[in-house]
Write a new protein. Structure first.
Length: 141
C-alpha cells in the first residue's frame, strides 16, 4: 500500500504527511529554515496561486515548524544545524531517498522558484530522475 515502509520508525512522520498531502503519490517540496521565511512566504503564495495542492515543506528548525503550523502548511520536520544554501542543498539527496523509500515521487524545488502553473500537469514521467543545476562547468554542474 501507499505509503510504504511506514513500520520503520524513522519514516513514520514522513508517511503521515505524504498520506495527507500526496496526489497520485506525488508531492512538490522545498527545504527551508526559519532564516528565510520571507522567501518561503513568497514561494507558498506562488504555489497557492498556481493551484498546487500537494505541497509540503522540509522544515529544518522548530521555529519554522511553528510558523508553518500557524499557517496550516504541511511539513516534514528534519531538524538540522546546517547553515548556508549549499549545506542545506546537500541534504536534499538524503531527503529524496526517504520519499522514495515510502513510495512517493518528489519534485524538489528551491524556494526562490515562482511556480505559475502546476508542474505535475507538464511532467511526462518517462524517466526515473531528472535534475536542474545552477552550475555551468564540470565542477559546479
Amino acid at each position: 500500500g501507499f505509503p510504504a515502509n511506514c513500520e520503520r520508525e524513522e519514516l513514520q512522520e514522513l508517511c503521515a504527511v505524504v498520506r495527507r498531502v500526496a496526489i497520485n503519490r506525488e508531492v512538490l517540496t522545498a527545504v527551508c529554515n526559519s532564516k528565510i521565511i520571507g522567501q518561503l512566504e513568497a514561494f507558498l503564495d506562488a504555489v497557492a496561486s498556481a493551484g498546487i495542492k500537494n505541497v509540503m515543506i522540509i522544515a529544518l528548525d522548530q521555529k519554522l515548524c511553528d510558523w508553518l503550523d500557524k499557517r496550516g502548511v504541511a511539513y516534514y520536520r528534519k531538524i538540522s544545524t546546517a547553515a548556508g544554501s549549499h549545506k542545506i542543498s546537500a541534504q536534499k539527496f538524503r531527503i529524496v531517498k526517504e520519499f522514495l523509500e515510502v513510495g512517493c515521487s518528489v519534485l524538489m524545488s528551491d524556494i526562490d522558484i515562482v511556480w505559475i502553473r502546476n508542474p505535475f500537469d507538464a511532467i511526462w514521467r518517462d524517466t526515473d530522475l531528472e535534475g536542474a543545476t545552477d552550475g555551468w562547468d564540470e565542477e559546479t554542474a
